[in-house]
Design a protein. Structure first.
Length: 179
């Protein structure tokens, strides 16, 4: 005959095992991929750049060997300047990028997105056939899944507009999807 509390002990052990297993899963993976976190990271990126001043283009600058327009917020040039995107990553996790419009392309001029070799993906362009660029070309934001340099992300993209309302770049934040 089994004692009556065996069922309780079994349930307790199962819950304890589950709690231990969940404590081993990095919390940033489960929390970071929510649309709400993407929106919070986007708000932080936009707030940090706004504190520098209004966005604008002032001349050109080399980024990864390419001549592209120089993106500024106030008097702070963003091309090859990783302070803001790294602050967003430090505070929110994930990745952040500032793109500048160069002809029909949008080029990463400040990013912490990494290429396969571990280097920053500056000088690379936004997928010209993706959903994000279609929204941006229509003057709209895009929030959803995107493939970035061959990897799936949960993302947000919003247009950067100059004082005349012209789209001169893109704010981006995203989190690598758990695989």
């Amino acid at each position: 005959m089994m004692p009556r509390n065996v069922g309780f002990i079994g349930r307790f052990l199962a819950l304890a095992a589950y709690a231990i297993a969940m404590s081993l899963v990095p919390q940033t993976m489960s929390r970071a991929q929510t649309p709400e976190n993407v929106k919070q990271a986007m708000a932080l990126l936009k707030d940090k750049t706004a504190k520098l001043g209004p966005p604008g283009i002032k001349g050109e600058d080399a980024v990864a060997g390419k001549q592209v327009p120089a993106l500024y917020f106030g008097t702070t040039k963003m091309n090859n300047n990783f302070a803001v995107v790294d602050e967003v990553k430090k505070e929110m996790g994930g990745t952040a990028t500032l793109f500048v419009k160069s002809g029909d392309d949008y080029v990463r001029v400040a990013t912490n997105v990494q290429k396969d070799d571990g280097s920053r993906a500056i000088g690379t362009v936004l997928d010209p056939n993706g959903k994000a660029i279609a929204a941006i070309r229509g003057g709209r934001a895009y929030y959803g899944e995107a493939n970035i340099l061959g990897k799936p992300y949960i993302t947000g993209y919003e247009p950067i507009r100059d004082s005349n309302g012209a789209v001169i770049g893109i704010y981006y934040v995203g989190y690598l999807k758990a695989q």
